[in-house]
Design a protein around this ligand. Structure first.
Ligand code: NAP
Length: 343
């Protein structure tokens, strides 16, 4: 079978320390508690760019099969497997073994495409605790968008917070996590304010149901607009994917008693240059989000099915063009998800 592994680049001066290299190996056999999945599609996340640079927290040492996110069909199951059978349509879980309940650091060592081999392969074996049924209304390409970006947005809005109709969600940028947040919020009858560097992306977000869009390049003080749009109340939910470069303005945008989900590092991993006092005086609920567990994944899938939500796929690349898919994601042209067709 064919697969990619992240390998050191020959040109050591290049910024990207590792590169996805196409390889061949024997098809794996499932162990007693494992399922063998014929992967049909995989999707990229910003994390995969960090992993390629050797900069992510969960592994990234190279020679791993990359990508946390993939979906396909069960080809065979081990003798102790009870949840799945041959022919089931499934997706892998980001954390292999975080079934439910609170996070434990041991799961950090079981992240696909990081500390463990990931999904950019024609076949993978996963323990059945690391697999979920794919929503029946989704294609494999669509299901492959869910494990990281989809579940992160879901966890922030519905597991750690309880988004209610009429509340306002602020999504930063139009990447994978933010567009899932937009879709979930619209389905939950919440309002959405979204930012982007490009007016045409804001237009697309409005078509998906966003109530208000702010170009953060032409309006660098976007928090003032959020304040105006919410009649100086602020928003009840923020998916903070930006990190230190956006955190101070997110803090200015949060409503009293609001939920600030710390998710991303798009502007770096350093500390924000901002007083943290508003967190106290506004009684803000600060949530550190790390994707989510399998039980939440199943609840998200039920919600996707109930509301007939289809993940927004910007572009799909063929398996042999996987390196180009990385470059495309890195260019920032995308709106929503970038997918690689595998099978
Ligand atoms: N904690 C977790 O569990 C978790 C899970 C998933 C992702 N993440 C993190 O969340 C972040 C987003 O991930 P992703 O996969 O959704 O990324 P992505 O699909 O690559 O999206 C990146 C988008 O973010 C926007 N952006 C970039 N800089 C921005 C800024 N200064 N202000 C506002 N928006 C900005 C851009 O949108 P426009 O082109 O519209 O400007 C860009 O296209 C990453 O840092 C990732 O590591 C964390």
């Amino acid at each position: 079978m064919k697969l990619y592994r992240l390998e050191p680049q020959e040109d050591k001066d290049k910024d990207a320390g590792l590169a996805p290299v196409l390889q061949e190996m024997e098809r794996p056999e499932p162990g007693p508690d494992e399922v063998l999945i014929k992967v049909q599609a995989a999707s990229l996340n910003y994390r995969d760019l960090l992993m390629r640079k050797g900069q992510s927290g969960s592994g990234g040492g190279g020679s791993i099969i990359p990508l946390s996110d993939g979906a396909g069909v069960v080809e065979a199951v081990g003798k102790d497997v009870s949840r799945f059978k041959e022919g089931d349509r499934v997706a892998g879980c980001f954390f292999c073994g975080w079934d439910d309940g609170p996070f434990d650091m041991k799961y950090h060592k079981a992240a696909l495409g990081g500390s463990l081999d990931g999904m950019l392969a024609e076949y993978v074996t996963l323990p059945e605790v690391g697999v979920v049924e794919a929503p029946p209304h989704l294609s494999a390409e669509e299901a492959a968008c869910l494990p990281c970006a989809g579940l992160t947005a879901w966890t922030a809005l519905f597991e750690r917070a309880q988004l209610k109709p009429g509340e306002t969600v602020l999504a930063l940028g139009t990447g994978g996590v933010s567009i899932f947040a937009l879709q979930f919020a619209v389905a939950a009858a919440a309002k959405v304010i979204i930012t982007s560097s490009k007016d045409e992306k804001l237009h697309r977000a409005r078509e998906l149901g966003a109530d208000y869009g702010i170009n953060y390049r032409t309006h660098p003080e976007w928090d003032r607009e959020v304040w105006t749009q919410t009649e100086k109340r602020g928003v009840e939910h923020i998916l903070e994917v930006g990190g230190p470069g956006t955190f101070p303005r997110s803090l200015n945008s949060i409503a009293a008693g609001g939920n600030l989900a710390l998710i991303g590092v798009l502007t770096g991993k350093g500390a924000p240059d901002s007083s943290l006092f508003p967190l106290v005086t506004r009684c803000v609920n600060l949530h550190g989000i790390y994707v989510g567990h399998r039980a939440a994944f199943s609840r998200m899938n039920a919600f996707l099915e109930e509301h007939e939500i289809h993940p927004v796929i910007d572009r799909t690349f063929e398996f042999e063009d996987a390196p180009a898919a990385y470059e495309y994601l890195e260019s920032g042209q995308h709106f929503g998800k970038v997918v690689i067709r595998v099978g």
